[in-house]
Design a protein around this ligand. Structure first.
Ligand code: SD4
Length: 345
């Protein structure tokens, strides 16, 4: 076919399509129509199982990812046995419990709080920052002032157990982040209970894809225990501890936040997925970036990334063994998957 005849044929086709009341764009979209979204939520660590179940109560009946994630993240925030998220979290060097949290949707809307004291549900305050202010991040006293104005209750977040642990720590007062911070006995009846009743845990990062095809992410933590007062980790930093792009996917992190911030970790994971990597490959490459930049440090600390792409596929990778992530969908609501890691046990 000559160029002229091909042009004429295409023009005629286009004209008849338009005459039939359809637009070309609609036809093209239809030819690459996506399959319905796989509704799913994934969370860092064993205690993500319980958070996922709270999220699934909303996601499973067609609710929105943001609502599901806020509900999910509130579970470990309120769990006094959890010493790395919300109330009951271990304090900083000065005995103050300071919380970091962030939330982000598929359209790039986001909100965060850092170094927030006296309010258990930092994730809900972060969501209010997103929805009710022109800002992204509120810190310290300003974050508390905003939370109280919004009607959040002022509480003492330092539990007697955390206070005892802090006094014990003061005897040596050495700041050395430990890999996979603690091993806790939740008991067999607890949703996060593992065979043997043990699990270890850290920051909760959550990613979800809802029935409307919308992705969102949330992250909440009391940060590194015994940190300097005023220290902010990766969790409330958009692009570090959390990042979501509705066209590509989302990512979140756990572990030593300084190394995640240095490498804009979650943003990196999402950008790697944009270039065609699977969630697992993208997380692995982001972890390897830390290894290549600081090979000695990388051997001594934990960092883990969790990612979900816009089709709901989930992957993770960590520096050290011991990181796990919980995945919940219509088929299985309690899956717990050990992450692969750079280093061996
Ligand atoms: C932080 N990434 O504040 C968080 C806390 C954490 O292991 O995950 N600790 O750096």
């Amino acid at each position: 076919m000559t160029e002229r005849r091909r042009f004429l044929k295409t023009s005629l086709l286009a004209a008849s399509t338009l005459a039939a009341g359809k637009s070309l764009a609609t036809d093209e979209t239809a030819s690459v129509a996506r399959k319905p979204p796989t509704v799913r939520v994934a969370s860092t660590w064993d205690f993500g199982i319980a958070a996922n179940q709270a999220a699934w109560a909303i996601l499973g009946r067609g609710g929105h990812a943001l609502d599901a994630l806020e509900a999910g993240a509130r579970v470990p925030e309120a769990d006094l046995r959890n010493h790395s998220v919300g109330k009951g979290g271990y304090p900083d060097r000065d005995g103050k419990v300071t919380l970091d949290a962030s939330i982000m949707d598929a359209e790039g809307n986001c909100g965060a709080v850092a170094a927030l004291e006296h309010v258990t549900h930092a994730i809900s305050v972060a969501r209010r920052v997103m929805e009710r202010t022109p800002h992204v991040l509120l810190v310290g006293d300003g974050a508390l002032q905003f939370a109280l104005e919004q009607g959040f209750e002022k509480e003492n977040l330092l539990t007697p157990e955390a206070d005892r642990a802090w006094h014990e720590w003061l005897k040596t007062a050495q700041y050395k982040p430990v890999v996979n911070s603690e091993v806790r006995d939740y008991g067999a009846s607890h949703p996060a209970g593992r065979p043997g009743g043990k699990d270890n845990h850290d920051t909760i990062g959550m990613l979800a894809l809802d029935a409307h095809g919308k992705l969102a992410g949330a992250c909440t933590t009391s940060g590194m225990q015994w940190k300097l007062h005023g220290r902010v980790g990766d969790s409330p930093i958009i692009g570090a501890g959390l990042y979501v792009d509705g066209e590509v996917g989302g990512a979140t992190s756990t572990g030593v936040g300084e190394e995640v911030i240095r490498n804009a970790g979650s943003f990196l994971v999402v950008e790697l997925m944009r270039q065609g990597r699977t969630p697992t490959e993208a997380c692995r490459e982001a972890v390897m970036r830390i290894v290549r930049r600081k090979p000695k440090t990388a051997k001594e600390i934990q960092v883990g990334f969790l990612a979900m792409n816009r089709d709901g596929e989930v992957g993770a990778w960590a520096l050290q063994p011991g990181f796990s992530y919980a995945v919940c969908d219509a088929k299985d609501q309690r899956a717990l998957i050990p992450s692969r890691s750079v280093f061996a046990a």
